[in-house]
Design a protein around this ligand. Structure first.
Ligand SMILES: Nc1ncnc2c1ncn2[C@@H]1O[C@H](COP(=O)(O)OP(=O)(O)OP(=O)(O)O)[C@@H](O)[C@H]1O
Length: 231
């Protein structure tokens, strides 16, 4: 469960996000939408204790993220390529993350073998450093590495961006599989309203740092969002 209380962040006196109260329950799959600069990445960064809030607090499974590291045992994220280690190959990076999450090499080999199709023959066994992969392929590595160790809370910032159409479809299926048994809490931000609606059971929209929509996904949601963003 994620609890957000009176969270705000200011830069040089300018408030870029403010959310009074928001609760995300275990098992929910959240799509976070909003125009450029709406505050999506800022919200994720606050949840992951990557930046200090100006006011308020965020709790992941009842743990205040800026007071203890315990939430890291159940939480994972891929925000951007700064989460990667550029001088490692994909395999070395997967083993490194596996090591952090108590997984041995054999279990990582078995884990990454499941994603052969997602990697589309461009990631494994190539002996390329992560810095030399295309942006889309770096993203594929980051997303799959984020899933190592079966974390309960998964935060993905714009996972569809830079991915080719085949991979976008595979990623949608992957997210749907992850959410199916309602054991995981998944937050995905995206500018693609179609994708977001398809993989999320609840949509949260930000506008200029304020929460302006919080709706259960239904057959009308895509149209509602398109109308909202058409203004
Ligand atoms: N370090 C910083 N210093 C000053 N302003 C910042 C800083 N980081 C973010 N901001 C501002 O906070 C606001 C929200 O940015 P954020 O990256 O969270 O938006 P976003 O919704 O993720 O946008 P996008 O869709 O373009 O990725 C923007 O106005 C941005 O310029």
């Amino acid at each position: 469960m994620i609890q957000i209380n009176n969270i705000s962040k200011e830069y040089n006196g300018v408030r870029v996000i403010h959310i009074d109260n928001l609760i995300i329950n275990k098992g929910e799959s959240i799509g976070l939408v909003g125009n450029n600069g709406a505050g999506k990445t800022t919200l994720f960064s606050l949840m992951l204790d990557l930046i200090e809030p100006t006011t308020g607090e965020i709790k992941l499974n009842d743990i205040k993220v800026n007071e203890s590291e315990e939430w890291k045992k159940v939480t994972t994220a891929f925000i951007d390529e700064s989460f990667l280690i550029n001088y490692l190959t994909p395999e070395e990076y997967f083993y490194f993350i596996g090591d952090l999450r108590g997984q041995n090499k054999a279990s990582i080999d078995a884990f990454i073998a499941q994603y052969e199709e997602f990697f589309n023959g461009e990631i494994l066994g190539k002996k390329k450093y992560l810095r030399d992969l295309s942006k889309g392929n770096q993203k594929k590595v980051g997303i799959i590495a984020a899933l190592i160790g079966d974390p309960e809370i998964i935060i993905l910032d714009e996972p569809f961006a830079n991915l080719d159409p085949s991979t976008q479809i595979r990623l949608k299926n992957l997210i749907k599989d992850l959410t199916q048994n309602k054991e995981k809490t998944i937050l995905v931000s995206s500018h693609d309203l179609n994708h977001t609606v398809e993989v999320s059971d609840r949509i949260i929209a930000l506008n200029k740092g304020e929460l302006v929509k919080d709706i259960k996904t239904s057959t009308q949601t895509l149209e509602e969002l398109e109308q909202f963003f058409a203004i």
